[in-house]
Design a protein around this ligand. Structure first.
Ligand code: 5AD
Ligand code: SF4
Length: 432
């Protein structure tokens, strides 16, 4: 029996899909296959913005024919959208051919739900937020040489635009001993890059162990491997953390620090709990300890009430903080969040013009910074082969993708390349 998993959204979901794959393998499904060959199709959904939901709706709807033509095919929908208030009912109304709906708090129950589906008609199981962090689900990892490791689940921040705290529940930290042991065994198994995951890694805490202390323990493990982490909330980004980053060669000198806006008034309306000036202080701290490091960020335009001047403050922040790249978003109202009730909705044409200007502004930084690599030697961790380009690719520590040719498979190896050309975030070169 074959499974097919469709994943939307962030790294957290990508890793959760690895857990779903592990659970399905434990339940007798043997290999991943195309949707047409699968005996079960699982959608791991995202609800962070409206277009993420629309994507999922479109793709689930497209399965109607397949479901009709293939007896016994199971369709399961899980993830953030399934856990969202009222969405499970809407999903079933729109797509009565869905067999199972499960939430973010009961991923580990998927095998039991499949079992139940064999007896019952429709299965909907959405559990409330739960205290435990270990559900025993063993991920079937598909991202070698990188491995994702959860350190926290959920979020307590309630940024006014964000649905995450509602669908992922309150923040919970996993045990430091469990995390360190997981990383140790992943490195022993040959993984070369470990990415620690949490909605806000900086507020990690297990007894006396906070995030810098956890990072210290992970970075002190033996072996050649890289450590990355995401996401950091600026309000909790500390000098101890950046000092730890500077001390350990294993920790990549790349910090993803979502700013969201360059305007203190908008930041306050977003409930981010820092001002533009305080954000720039964190940037200065990072630059002081890691002058050669790179900063990336997330930015939202057209938050309710955002004026032209306030938007321009976001543009000027891109230059002042000197981000090497950014994920840029148009604000999307999410039912149930505070911002969805706020006055001052920005018309779509203005939002579109703003995001275009912002993307141009960010791209200019990316281009300028990537050009500096031409002629230099970088070390990439080879992660894949690009069939179209006929080149291997891998990331350098600061997040750029390096492309090169090689006579034999070098996925999983650290490769040094001399850069001859830059194109946006991509660098091209020859092995040295
Ligand atoms: N609208 C637009 N962008 C959003 N994000 C989160 N919620 C919304 C929303 N309602 C963005 C933030 C966050 C990233 C993961 O998604 O920038 O950091
Ligand atoms: Fe959402 Fe804010 Fe939590 Fe990030 S920190 S998940 S943006 S509420």
């Amino acid at each position: 029996m074959k499974y097919h998993i469709v994943t939307y959204g962030c790294q957290m979901n990508v890793h959760e899909s690895e857990k779903i794959a592990g659970l399905l393998r434990g339940a007798g499904y043997e290999e991943e296959g195309a949707a047409e060959e699968a005996d079960i199709i699982v959608f791991n959904t995202c609800c962070i913005r409206e277009n993420a939901e629309n994507h999922a709706f479109g793709n689930i709807g497209a399965l109607k024919k397949l479901k009709k033509n293939k007896r016994g095919l199971l369709i399961a929908v899980g993830g953030c959208m399934a856990q969202e208030e009222g969405k499970a009912a809407l999903l079933l109304r729109k797509f009565p051919f869905i067999d199972i709906v499960f939430g973010t708090h009961n991923v580990a129950e998927l095998p039991a739900l499949i079992e139940r589906k064999r007896r019952e008609k429709k299965v909907v199981s959405l559990l409330p937020d739960r205290a435990e962090t270990e559900d025993g689900a063993q991920p079937f990892r598909t991202s070698y040489p990188n491995a994702w490791v959860n350190i926290t689940y959920g979020c307590n921040n309630f940024c006014t635009y964000c649905i995450v705290p509602y669908v992922r529940g309150r923040e919970k930290s996993r045990s430091a001993d469990v995390i360190v042991e997981e990383v140790r065994s992943l490195v022993a198994a040959g993984y070369k890059e470990i990415t620690l995951l949490g909605q806000n890694v900086n507020s990690y805490r297990d007894g006396e162990t906070d995030f810098p202390a956890l990072l210290e323990r992970v970075a002190s493990l033996d072996g050649k491997f890289r450590i990355r982490f995401m996401t950091s909330h600026p309000k909790d980004f500390s000098e101890r953390l950046v000092a730890c980053m500077a001390r350990h060669e294993k920790i990549c000198d790349l910090l993803h620090l979502p700013a969201q806006s360059g305007s203190s008034r908008i930041l306050s309306r977003m409930n981010r709990r820092y001002t533009r000036e305080q954000y720039l202080e964190k940037v200065a701290l990072f630059r002081k300890y890691i002058p050669e490091g790179e900063l990336t960020t997330d930015l939202i335009v057209a938050f309710p009430g955002e004026t032209e001047e306030e938007f321009e403050e976001t543009l000027s922040l891109v230059k002042e903080a000197d981000f090497s790249s950014a994920f840029t978003f148009v604000y999307s109202p999410r039912t149930g969040t505070k911002a969805a009730e706020m006055e001052g909705r920005i018309p779509a044409e203005i939002a579109k013009a703003r995001i275009t200007r912002l993307i141009d502004c960010v791209n200019e930084n990316t281009r300028r910074k990537s050009e500096r690599y031409v002629g230099q030697v970088i070390e990439v961790l080879c992660e894949d082969y690009d069939e179209k380009k006929g080149l291997y690719l891998g990331r350098e520590p600061l997040g750029r993708m390096g492309y090169f040719s090689a006579p034999c498979n070098c996925v999983g190896e650290f490769v040094r390349i001399r850069v001859s050309r830059a194109n946006g975030i991509s660098l091209f070169g020859e092995r040295v």
